[in-house]
Ligand binder design. Structure first.
Ligand SMILES: [Zn+2]
Ligand SMILES: [Zn+2]
Ligand SMILES: [Zn+2]
Length: 362
């Protein structure tokens, strides 16, 4: 490559890489003489055209616009710190706007640095994508450092996620050990990210669990109305009895348990006041119904009217935890508009404990 770069035809070959308008024969294109030289780390000097470089990179354009130093007739730009072959690949991209798979594989990292430094947006995007695609445990720490350095947030995040998902293997790599020795800040940044991601995951799991509890309660409320209004397999409205003709309803697992509980409530000798837990739970479910029920006088659910009257007299329902539980159950009914309102965790916790107690055997 270096030999080719030094030869006279190299600049002309580069020039012919430029995309041509349709119908133009590449061999008919007469390349202008090179007017700039790119000097690389190993001392190679690559001839090129300032018009092409300037239009592909605003940074190069600025460098080329600077007045020449005395007695020099040719512009020289030094691109150091990356292998010469990577510089050649970079130049080929500036001329052709293209870069092959193999070049990406070999020089992706260097091309990312060059595209960042010289503001070649299209190449930077391509490198970011390709490096993300080729990300593995062995190179993730190096690529992360580079992504940070080159301000490539997508790639940075992808690296962090890989480290999060496989932190044990990453910690065994040379890259990680090097980082620990030489870049304590980045190590701290990674550990912080892992920590935050972990707690974010826990938080959303907890929220899902809470939401599903309120959904269950909301379903229980629907079943209660359905049993008391339409009737289900073993319990029916007061005036009708169970509807034997119906098959199991769509929420039968909840409905079945609830019918069991209602039958127990009707026949239990201890009752809630006598300390029966199941009756107490049924009592609370009736109370919850009354709290969310919007019917005025015609509701067929037992105790609905009595509870509503008590609530109006403010003898009941002033409890903040209870009100929160009711709000949550009501909002669970509107599944699509999952509430993102933040409430005090402790209050919510109480409401959840209360909800769980209503649903499950204690
Ligand atoms: Zn049912
Ligand atoms: Zn009982
Ligand atoms: Zn009601």
């Amino acid at each position: 490559m270096i030999v080719a770069a030094a030869s006279g035809t190299f600049a002309a070959d580069l020039y012919r890489l430029r995309p041509l308008p349709a119908g133009v024969d590449p061999s008919a294109v007469e390349p202008p003489p090179a007017d700039v030289r790119i000097v690389t780390s190993d001392g190679s000097s690559i001839p090129a055209h300032s018009s092409v470089l300037g239009s592909a990179s605003s940074t190069l354009e600025q460098m080329l616009d600077r007045p020449l130093k005395k007695r020099k007739s040719e512009k020289i730009i030094s691109i150091l710190g990356v292998p010469s072959d990577a510089v050649v690949m970079f130049l080929r991209f500036l001329y052709s706007s293209r870069c092959g798979e193999e070049e990406m594989e070999r020089f992706g990292i260097h091309l990312l640095v060059l595209s960042h430094v010289f503001c070649v947006h299209a190449l930077k995007q391509r490198c970011t994508r390709e490096l993300a695609r080729r990300l593995v445990v062995e190179n993730v720490v190096d690529v992360l450092q580079l992504a940070k350095l080159c301000d490539a947030p997508d790639l940075y995040l992808k690296c962090m996620k890989l480290i999060f998902n496989d932190s044990k293997s990453v910690e065994a790599t040379e890259g990680w050990k090097f980082l620990q020795k030489h870049d304590a800040w980045l190590e701290l940044e990674i550990l912080q990210f892992l920590d935050e991601t972990e707690s974010r995951k826990k938080r959303s799991k907890k929220m899902r669990e809470e939401q599903s509890l309120y959904m269950e309660l909301s379903e229980a409320m629907e079943c209660l109305e359905h049993i008391c209004i339409e009737g289900c397999t073993s319990v029916g409205p007061l005036d009708k009895g169970p509807s034997k003709s119906r098959g199991p309803c769509k929420s039968f697992s909840t409905c079945h348990g609830l019918q069991h509980l209602i039958r127990h409530f009707a026949t239990c000798e201890k009752k809630a006041n006598g300390g029966c837990c199941r009756c107490k739970r049924m009592w609370q479910l009736f109370r919850l119904h009354a709290s969310v029920c919007e019917r005025r006088d015609s509701c067929k659910v037992p105790l609905c009217r009595q509870f509503k009257m008590k609530m109006q007299q403010k003898k009941m329902g002033n409890d903040a935890r209870w009100r929160l539980l009711v709000r949550r159950v009501v909002s669970a009914r509107a599944v699509s508009s999952l509430s993102s309102t933040k409430r005090k965790r402790s209050e919510t916790r109480d409401a959840i404990d209360m909800g769980a107690a209503l649903l499950h055997e204690s």
